[in-house]
Design a protein around this ligand. Structure first.
Ligand code: 4UV
Length: 563
């Protein structure tokens, strides 16, 4: 084996629950502001968050009863789903669930009712905390469940997200405010070591293939991740206000924008969603130093016409994660913001939900010299580069292979899916990322390709298998294959479809393709819409074993969008 280790020294990993680890952190005082609501400026200190979390924990464990069985709804280890857009209360929900010894599953706020329903069932959720503007989607998701309307309602706790949406009349929802008003859970339970190897978080990821699966992230994974990230902070940029425009339901947001702020004692400005004018306003208004980003946010910071109306003088670091940031964009950003004695670092990080998530990072001064690279291996991690047969490639700058990672942040596995877990984690603990990378002499890794079928639209996961499943439900579709196609720096999902009644009439093909696209789009979450179009084809190219030959479709798609 050729094993690469981190140049950063390893950190000790404590056997603690994530709640105790974070709230006992000496890096953050109780009075420290840790969350700021972008639109309103409302602030929560660490003490406020702890109090609100323990109040919710009490409510979850003691106040929710099934109206049918009259017993408590939730027992230790049960799953609670959060279905909400970003909001200053979102972190309170997550911490409250953890304090109560429960596990949290986070549904994308963009999800369709079918997607919510699927995640609800798969994650074995028992209660949903939902924002008022998403309650209609939640009720739609519940319609087809085997629950009486009364039982279903007892499982929904709603909070008002100030987006002006009226709650449906005639429903007796539990309100978050009432649930949290009856007392405090007297101690965070169960204590520490007991929870260390248990699942805390169930985010959904399709991994290297297939449908989204519940990623079992343990307390230990999260404790390790926070300490690994904390240990590489440099004095010049630590303890400064950050802005969080990325979704808190994605593990990127959970770790960097929700957990690290309380652990490290850094205020996190939470935006309901990314919107460029509001993003720029918040940077100036709250004197933000660190901007968490994805490549499209970096592009906006480069050339958006609104930029001229803002000073952005507090900005010190822009960190792009979750999709490739081209070296050219990184360098242009660097040039734009490093003028007349001002230094702004533009860096990248690489991660994967299954790895809790960060694997590669760079410290601020390294961004310029290593533009285009995704970073160096974080402390406590080991890496290998392997070929298609799982053989290690020799240590050389020319070696290009799949990245395998081992360490304390490797997930426990996929919930109730032993075969997908076995395909992803080897018997000796190596997680196969499905990403093709190379490594330079200084230990910087660059992602050059993706071996797995996943499409990433603006950093959001778009699993082709999920879209293919939706397409196959269309009455005219006999077969389908979905791939990503690059247009203006974005990866767009494009569908190839075989019709049950094939036609050679090009105009008729166009018409049916448009109809299929319009049929699919409302049935899937926003990032999954077929923005790359639908094309009619006579046969989906497949291997003798029946696997879709995605490379062939990808090459075809790349040519077609040029035409
Ligand atoms: O599972 P996922 O949606 O996870 C992520 C996580 C990214 C994070 C989060 C927090 C960090 O601190 C951090 O450094 C990175 O995106 O998708 C995983 C896949 O996204 C692609 C790659 O294909 C992963 O397997 N990806 C993620 N980061 C990069 C990337 C990158 N910098 N360059 C290229 N591809």
């Amino acid at each position: 084996m050729v094993i690469y280790t981190s140049a950063w020294p390893s950190v000790p990993i404590l056997e603690e629950s994530i709640f105790s680890h974070v709230f006992n952190s000496k890096l953050c005082t109780p009075e420290q502001v840790v969350y700021i609501d972008g639109p309103t400026g409302r602030r929560f200190t660490k003490a406020n968050v702890k109090h609100a979390a323990l109040s919710l924990a009490h409510g979850l464990r003691n106040e929710l009863h099934t109206r049918i069985f009259r017993g408590p709804l939730l027992a230790r280890g049960d799953t609670v789903m959060i279905f909400s857009q970003n909001n200053i209360l979102y972190p309170v929900f997550v911490w409250g669930i953890f304090a109560a010894g429960l596990r949290a599953t986070l549904a994308p706020s963009t999800a369709s009712p079918t997607e919510v329903q699927r995640q609800w069932i798969d994650s074995e959720s028992k209660v949903m905390i939902v924002s008022s503007s998403l309650v209609h989607t939640a009720l739609d998701a519940f319609k087809h469940l085997d629950l009486s309307p009364e039982d279903a309602l007892s499982r929904i706790a709603v909070y008002s997200d100030d987006e002006g949406v009226q709650l449906p009349k005639g429903f007796n929802f539990t309100r978050y405010e009432d649930l949290s008003a009856r007392g405090l859970l007297s101690k965070e339970e169960p204590f520490d070591g007991q929870l260390s190897n248990q699942t805390a978080l169930l985010c959904y990821s399709s991994g290297t293939s297939g449908l989204p699966k519940g990623v079992e992230t343990t307390h230990k994974n999260l404790v390790a991740q926070l300490d690994m990230l904390e240990s590489i902070e440099i004095p010049e940029t630590r303890f400064q206000t950050m802005i969080s425009p990325v979704p808190l339901y994605h593990i990127y947001g959970v770790v960097n924008c929700l957990m690290s702020p309380v652990y490290q004692g850094v205020p996190s400005v939470i935006m309901p969603r990314f919107e460029i004018t509001e993003f720029l306003r918040c940077i100036d208004a709250y004197q933000v130093a660190r901007a968490w980003a994805v490549p499209p946010i970096c592009l906006a910071l480069l050339g958006h016409p609104q930029l001229k109306n803002y000073k952005l003088s507090s900005l010190k670091t822009i960190i792009s994660c979750a999709a490739p940031l081209p070296a050219g964009v990184q360098l242009m950003l660097h040039k734009k913001y490093n003028t007349s004695g001002r230094t702004v670092a533009v860096t990248q990080g690489y991660g994967m939900t299954e790895l809790s998530p960060a694997v590669l990072a760079m410290s601020e001064p390294e961004g310029f010299e290593h533009a285009g690279a995704a970073g160096r291996l974080l402390p406590n991690l080991e890496a290998r580069l392997v070929d298609d047969d799982g053989r290690d490639l020799p240590e050389s700058e020319e070696s290009v292979g799949e990245l395998w990672v081992r360490g304390p942040t490797v997930m426990n596995g996929y919930l109730n899916n032993a075969s997908a877990t076995k395909d992803t984690i080897t018997a000796d603990g190596w997680l196969k990322t499905g990403d093709i990378v190379k490594r330079d002499k200084k230990g910087f890794f660059t992602v050059v390709d993706r071996k797995k079928e996943l499409i990433k639209y603006k950093g959001f996961q778009v699993p082709p298998a999920e879209l293919e499943g939706v397409l196959l439900n269309h009455p005219d579709v006999a077969d389908a294959g979905v791939v990503g196609v690059e247009v203006d720096g974005l990866e767009l999902p494009r569908a190839y479809v075989v019709l049950k009644k094939p036609t050679k009439d090009v105009a008729a093909q166009r018409l049916v393709a448009k109809e299929i696209q319009e049929w699919v789009n409302p049935r899937v979450g926003k990032p999954k819409q077929l923005r790359g179009g639908v094309a009619i084809i006579l046969e989906i190219p497949k291997s003798p074993a029946g696997k879709i030959l995605r490379r062939v479709l990808k090459e075809r798609a790349a040519k077609e969008v040029l035409e």
